[in-house]
Design a protein around this ligand. Sequence first.
Ligand code: SF4
Length: 245
Amino acid sequence: MEKWSREWKLEQLSLLKAEWAVCQKCPLCEGRKNVVFGEGNPEAQIIMISEAPGEEEDKSGIPFIGNSGVMLNSMLKQVDIDRKSLYITNILGCKTPKNRDPISTEIAACMDRVYRIIYLIDPILIVSLGKVALQALVGGRWSVNQERGKIFSSPFPAMKTTGERNGVSVPGVFFPKKGENKKEFTLDYDLIPILHPSFILKESPQKADGTFLIGGEAHRTMDDLNHIKSLVERFALEQSKTKIL
Ligand code: SF4
């Protein structure tokens, strides 16, 4: 089986999932039903990383199937992004008590799983959903409201070497190509933060038919998603031209 083929990635992800299904690296293992490892396309161009599973996700082991998932699916549909084309996971594999924010020791314990998933998927772009994912991936105390839609360049080296904030590139500047010789845990990906769907839900009441009213924050997030989609499409096009040459 060729390394980096779809089959190889599927096998590696499945091995990793089995390894983390019995994880006891932090006390959250005591209150969970399932570790929500992540799911989606092993060859995804975009990996979406959110905060932690909720009740529904804990019961099923599948990320984003509660109300936040319905909102995310609805926004993705409206900007014509197929959820099945993505890979989706969380910073934490286990739910927190009463959905409280994750604490730093829990995040530190679970980041190895996140790094390994990113390494195996090898996406074009990471999209973080909400404050916890942005701060865990980039370091620093960024505000998602202020930074949403901006491109954070190469978050991992900054976090791994200095722990300091990395520079935010100017919105609209196209992100650089990744190096050919990627090595495990010296990952070099760009990241764009967007709002967490649960935040958007606060201004989007549920309608009688089960769908949600689409308000201003949802529209702004769909603008961010459209921008993300066009950047990734451009990058993929450039990448395919390079391969042909
Ligand atoms: S949250 Fe992560 S590190 Fe903690 S027990 Fe669950 S899978 Fe393990």
